[in-house]
Design a protein around this ligand. Structure first.
Ligand code: G
Ligand code: G
Ligand code: MN
Ligand code: NA
Length: 251
């Protein structure tokens, strides 16, 4: 398959790019940080979505070098923002199952934190509930990350097949309400969102709603005391340059 061959070249030939989407505090609309989202600018086919190539990257284990590049690039970007005076922002990075379970994952994170002179608490790793499939392994790695001070977010929360028991047993700092629960904002979905917010609050976890596009969703989230949000309403994933311009607006 052509994509696999091309994917091998993508890193060396600088075809991968990161876009950054703001994560805001809802009641002030202040930017708290960004989620790094990977894009592949293929020389022939143009932009290819991670939905298309991440599964291939996992099958071929190319996700290991790609994931490392993503972590390094995102953390370097945060350092650059810091150096320009935009401090105390967080960077959220998506981590795939295979990457998370690679032998030296903790060592890689430690190196990146020290190379970027970064406070570990400003790095958030987003993982889906699928990592719980190998619970003993997830437990070991999450506690090691927690010892480093790195934050763990559960991405697409509520859409996986895992039980909720991991929430009481593992160091999880944040739940990301999947966008399918806000689109459409039906009565049933409202009940689910409300319940997830309550769950996070009662467990002293942070909570962020994803896929926020409309004022109606914002009002509902404010009414339910959801603290953070992310979505086109606040900003699409953007290039580093646009991130600086956006942050400069608030100076
Ligand atoms: O940005 P977009 O909506 O196209 O992302 C689609 C999917 O790809 C999302 O599930 C997102 O979590 C995933 N994704 C985006 N960037 C990365 C990345 O750097 N690593 C991994 N593993 N997944 C990513
Ligand atoms: O699975 P994960 O949450 O990492 O995926 C985030 C994906 O959602 C990215 O591909 C991003 O481009 C997309 N996204 C971000 N905000 C919005 C939004 O407001 N609406 C929709 N439809 N997609 C969004
Ligand atoms: Mn994500
Ligand atoms: Na998500």
């Amino acid at each position: 398959f052509i994509i696999e061959t091309d994917l091998r070249k993508a890193i060396q030939e600088n075809q991968l790019e990161l876009f950054y989407q703001p994560q805001v505090e809802i009641h002030t609309e202040k930017i708290l940080g960004f989620e790094a989202l990977l894009r592949w600018k293929h020389p022939k086919f143009g932009y290819i979505s991670p939905i298309e190539f991440i599964p291939i990257a996992e099958e071929t284990e190319l996700i290991i070098p790609i994931g490392k590049w993503v972590l390094e690039t995102a953390c370097n970007q945060l350092k650059e923002l810091n150096d320009k005076g935009f401090s105390s922002l967080t960077m959220s990075v998506n981590v795939s199952q295979l990457q998370f379970t690679q032998t030296n994952f903790i060592g890689i994170i430690q190196n990146i934190l020290s190379d970027c002179d970064m406070s570990s608490g400003n790095l958030e790793l987003e993982m889906t509930e699928s990592i719980m499939a190998d619970f003993p392994l997830a437990e070991r790695i999450l506690y090691q990350l927690n010892d480093l001070g790195v934050k763990i977010s559960i991405d697409d929360f509520g859409t996986g097949y895992s039980s909720l028991s991991y929430l009481s047993r593992l160091p999880v700092h944040k739940l990301k309400i999947d966008q399918s629960f806000l689109n459409p904002l039906s009565n049933r979905n409202k009940t689910i969102v409300k319940t997830i917010i309550g769950l996070a609050k009662n467990l002293n976890m942070e909570i962020i709603a994803e896929g926020v596009e409309h004022e109606e969703q914002v009002s509902f989230l404010i009414q339910q005391n959801c603290d953070q949000a992310q979505g086109y309403f606040y900003g699409k994933p953007m290039r580093a340059k646009a991130v600086e311009e956006r942050l400069a607006m608030y100076l």
